[in-house]
Design a protein around this ligand. Structure first.
Ligand SMILES: *Cc1c(COP(=O)(O)O)cnc(C)c1O
Length: 831
């Protein structure tokens, strides 16, 4: 018997139009929503009205499952995973929800019968860009898998009013436009004005004695801001479970306004309101130089404080006393951004809920788990003690106290090793004193994991070596994954249909290991032909899309060679560029050579303050302009930069790629997930032994992967020996001539200085060893071109890549977290 009830139906028809899955019910629901929610009718509706009506019609069908899930989780007192992440990058919801509801075909037919262009409706949805890239996208894939695996969970984050900027390209340069994604309304979120918590900042702390005579601490803040919950339902694939993405919006706290401002200071009160709301105003682009980040620390504390208060509320509403908090909840910290949660839970348990230190610490360190995402030293978060103290005086005391307890243990364990104590301290004492958020996260968590096998090894042997010596059992690996629902079924329906037909079932969508069934058909020429057709069709679609947006026309027969990811020196888009320039020079020197046509496609945003990354974008566009307009090249190579790479636009890219560029310097990319999305869609990878590339190559077989470059081991050895990039420049004539061509001004209308900062950096410092891997990369690219000539062989490799990608489903990753780290069970909700 189900406890969940649809709203009391006024009549049978009304009930069905809200929840019915038939074509008739969908049509009626759509027209009703258009009329009653939008106040529109067919003849005057704008494309956006039509999208909104389709979204509400879909949401109606999710809501019943959502209520049912919430009720069931509550009565069962289900153990709940709380995924704390400063970023979520879910991509447009409509198409994904239709897939997960299993009504794509019905909805398409219904739209057709209403005379609507369904693809156009889907394309209306704005990208909810609440993340920078891989980390936020991982959080979104995990939310999809948590629901699909029927694990009760809540994703907690910030409802940024402005997400990651929209990128346009003007005169070859990146230009950032603010992303006002909420402008036209967001049909997927449900505001919860009553779920509201105060968040405190600044002020001072004082000691007092409570009624039992115990010494206690009271925090007297200087500012209080409210966080209000906005909920987005996250439906699993083919299941009744709907979990919650709960994002916090900052609002002025009324009670505080009236107290803080003189009666009659109307403008002052309004000003305070504006200031409060800035906290959830804008997402910070990553890779930005330090400075002016006070707001960022405020944001982190803001969402962490709301989320922990919300969990405590839920604990009281379901289980009861806080002693079992660590049995009811597990909190996963997505990187160090939410690691203040450790100090905040301690504060709430002690200062607000009367616990002593030992009991509070016992709960805290059993509830938290932490995922590390980077080894790059410049990306490790630290906050100056003075800023920390000014904003969070109580939390600084707690961090000091955690540190005191912790370092006492370290001293006992490593007698006399004060060097180690200094390295492990939560406070960096060299120079300006700073709080090390990664150390806080490791000390406050019972489990720490890296995101690919190689990365997790490096976490143990380099970044957290001291901690691993101390607590070897605390460290784990969970290799990342991506959801096949979004990146195969939604993005690539043609391939998905072909796979289902070939395997005789669509079970692979929930059990990606079933893709192995394709292997039996890897030599089947019938399949080869259809596989090739599916790829060509996606390439034609992408070519049309790019032609429309950039004016560049690509030849669908060419190798589609794609590098799409954030622009960063460690990802080495400039290594890719050097290969393009090499191809160009070869063609210029012998125009009649038999070169395999290639389309080089880039996509990715640069942080607005990252000069070198922005210069790389300019160089890509500059090289594109010269090559695409050179009549001698005659289209044999083409270069195009896809503007505004995001989840929505990426869905055009993955299905169309033949070659996936995963060419970061070994040891720098923690995992990568773009690599998985491409391979799942039948692209072959050219890559280094970095991040999850290592495991992808293991899975697909080394004969189906284009490997080049130094290993992480070789990289550190070269660095120890002393790396001199200018020697490569001096010794390798082709390399020299490629770099010299950039400096010649050919790509910059005669300006020989424009790209100097880039070429000088390569020749003189080259921190990511582009020049050291150049020769191996060029040779490997030549193998790629040769391999592409043999269509049958290439198609076979492509099929085998897809067939062997089962491991890289985020379902597998979530199963590993659930089993080894979270110790949590599925709670199925029947359909
Ligand atoms: C998957 C994804 C990424 C991550 O790509 P990597 O190649 O792993 O860096 C970044 N941005 C978007 C929009 C993505 O979908």
């Amino acid at each position: 018997m189900s406890m969940a009830q649809s709203p009391e139906p006024l009549d049978v028809d009304r009930e069905r139009t809200r929840t019915g899955m038939s074509k008739t019910a969908l049509k009626q629901g759509f027209l009703d929503n258009l009329f009653y929610i939008q106040g529109r009718f067919r003849e005057v509706a704008t494309p956006h009205d039509l999208y909104m009506a389709a979204a509400y019609t879909t949401r109606d069908r999710i809501l019943e499952r959502w209520i049912k899930s919430a009720q069931r989780y509550k009565t069962n007192q289900s153990r709940t995973v709380c995924y704390l992440s400063a970023e979520f990058l879910p991509g447009p919801h409509l198409a994904n929800n239709l897939v997960n509801l299993g009504i794509v075909e019905t909805a398409t037919e219904a739209a057709h019968e209403l005379g609507l262009d369904f693809d156009a409706i889907i394309a209306e949805e704005a990208e909810p860009g609440l993340g920078n890239g891989g980390l936020g996208r991982l959080a979104a894939c995990f939310m999809d898998s948590l629901s699909t695996l029927q694990i009760p969970s809540i994703g907690y984050g910030i409802r940024y009013e402005f997400g990651i900027f929209d990128q346009t390209i003007e005169d070859g340069w990146q230009v950032e436009k603010s992303d006002n994604w909420l402008r036209n309304g967001n049909p997927w979120e449900i505001p919860r004005p009553k779920i509201r918590f105060p968040v405190l900042y600044g002020g001072y702390t004082e000691q007092y004695r409570d009624h039992d005579g115990r010494s206690r601490t009271r925090w007297v803040p200087a500012q209080i801001i409210d966080g209000v919950a906005y909920d987005t339902p996250i439906l699993g694939y083919g299941v009744g479970n709907v979990n919650l993405l709960r994002l916090w919006k900052a609002e002025a706290s009324e009670s505080f306004d009236f107290q803080a401002f003189n009666v009659g200071d109307y403008y002052g009160a309004v000003h305070a309101k504006i200031e409060a709301e800035t906290i959830s105003k804008v997402l910070y682009p990553n890779d930005e130089p330090e400075a002016g980040k006070e707001l960022r620390l405020k944001q982190q504390f803001f969402f962490v404080s709301c989320s922990i208060q919300d969990m405590i509320r839920l604990q009281f509403n379901t289980v009861g006393p806080l002693d079992s908090f660590a049995e009811k909840f597990v909190i996963q910290l997505n990187d160090t951004h939410p690691s203040l949660a450790i100090a905040e839970l301690m504060r709430l348990l002690m200062d607000e809920h009367d616990m002593d230190w030992d009991r509070a610490w016992d709960i805290t360190h059993r509830v938290f788990c932490y995922t590390n995402h980077t080894l790059l030293p410049e990306a490790l978060e630290t906050w100056s003690v003075s800023l920390f103290e000014r904003l969070l005086p109580r939390h600084l005391e707690i961090v000091y106290e955690i540190n005191r307890h912790f370092l006492d243990e370290v001293r006992v364990h490593f007698l006399g090793d004060e060097d180690r104590v200094r390295r492990m301290s939560l406070i960096a004492e060299d120079g300006e004193r700073r709080v090390r958020m990664a150390n806080l996260a490791v000390v406050g968590s019972r489990a720490v994991n890296g995101v690919a096998a190689l990365h997790s090894e490096l976490v143990k042997t380099t970044l957290f070596k001291d901690f691993h010596d101390f607590w070897p059992d605390r460290f784990h690996n969970v290799t990342n994954g991506v959801t096949p629902r979004r990146f195969m079924v939604v993005a690539n329906p043609r391939l998905s249909r072909l796979i289902s037909e070939t395997c005789g079932s669509d079970d692979w969508i929930r059990d990606l290991d079933r893709l192995r069934d394709l292997e039996a058909h890897a030599m089947d020429s019938g399949l080869h032909e259809r596989w090739h057709e599916v790829k060509i069709a996606a390439k034609r679609d992408l070519a049309a899309w790019l032609k429309h947006r950039t004016g560049v026309l690509l030849d669908p027969e060419a190798i589609f060679d794609v590098q799409a990811k954030r622009i960063h020196e460690y990802k080495r888009q400039h290594l890719n560029l050097l290969h393009i320039i090499r191809c160009y020079q070869r063609l210029k020197q012998s125009p009649n050579q038999d070169m395999v046509p290639r389309a080089f496609i880039f996509g990715g945003k640069a942080a607005p303050g990252y000069f070198m990354a922005k210069l790389i974008i300019k160089l890509i566009n500059a090289v594109a302009e010269v090559i695409n307009n050179d009549p001698q090249i005659n289209g044999f190579i083409r270069v195009v930069f896809m503007p505004d790479f995001n989840v929505k636009n990426g869905q055009h890219l993955y299905p169309a790629a033949n070659l996936s560029e995963q060419i970061s310097l070994a040891g720098k990319e923690a995992s990568g997930t773009g690599n998985m999305k491409f391979s799942m869609n039948g692209a072959l990878t050219i890559g280094t032994l970095d991040g999850a590339n290592v495991e992808i190559r293991e899975e697909v077989g080394k004969e189906n992967f284009f490997l080049f470059g130094m290993s992480a081991e070789e990289v550190s050895q070269r660095q120890r020996e002393g790396y001199h990039p200018w020697e490569h420049y001096a010794k390798d004539a082709e390399l020299k001539s490629d770099i010299d061509l950039i400096n010649s001004g050919l790509f910059s209308h005669g300006d020989t200085q424009l790209f100097r900062p880039l070429t000088d950096r390569l020749v003189n410092q080259d921190p990511f060893m582009v020049l050291a891997d150049y020769r191996a990369y060029i040779a490997c690219q030549d193998h790629v071109a040769e391999a592409y000539r043999d269509h049958r062989h290439w198609t076979r490799m492509s099929i085998l890549n897809v067939a062997r990608m089962g491991k890289f489903s985020s379902d597998r990753a979530i199963r590993e977290y659930a089993e080894h780290i979270w110790r949590t069970e599925p709670h199925p909700i029947d359909l």
